[in-house]
Design a protein around this ligand. Sequence first.
Ligand code: 3PG
Length: 224
Amino acid sequence: MTTNPLVAPSVAATIGRVSEFGVLPVVELGAVKQAQPLFEALSAGGLPAAEVTLRTPAGLEALRLLAEAYPEGFIGAGTVRSAEDAARVIDAGARFVVSPGTDPDIVRLCCEREVLVMPGTCTPTEVQAALRAGASLLKFFPAEASGGVAFLKALAGPFADVRFVPTGGVNAGNLASYLALPQVAACGGSWMVAPRLLAEGDFAQVQALAAQAVAIVAEARSHG
Ligand code: 3PG
């Protein structure tokens, strides 16, 4: 992947880590106490990465706890819907910030703080707005509902230099088809960390699904 020379070195390094992982678990935590066993399970499955969403009251505190407990882990924040929340999650230790939509204030704040931001896009107009605001890696959301692989292929004409992280409806069955596209850096998804698994404490299943996702990424990359 080519890297824009205007991208801060710390952001470029984080983009590199996103690509290396190839898949980012999107986590919705019902309680802070789920955070550590969850991250242990993901790590045991070979995937020490988590996008901790602010969808629940536990999100911010869990993010802070994980960032402190696992400095080598790759822990960021999701469902960040305001610049104020972006500042909060960066202060809590987020290595990356994911937003469902494209808010130039969020993008600018993250660029100023030299933290990778992945704003959500699902139209060419949003892609242009996100790039104009300074983003260098874009979430494609909701991926499946917006046209999935076919839509990304259509974007490759005018946006051949833009890299995406499709999220929303991605699972073990279609992950490889996204990773086969040159403009896909990684995919996000909640299938290996479904809230039901966390509520039931089924961390063995989280580990197994994480290991399966890692294997799919490895297999997809072996063709690239
Ligand atoms: C997100 O916010 O990124 C999505 O809710 C994740 O989508 P999924 O639950 O379909 O994986």
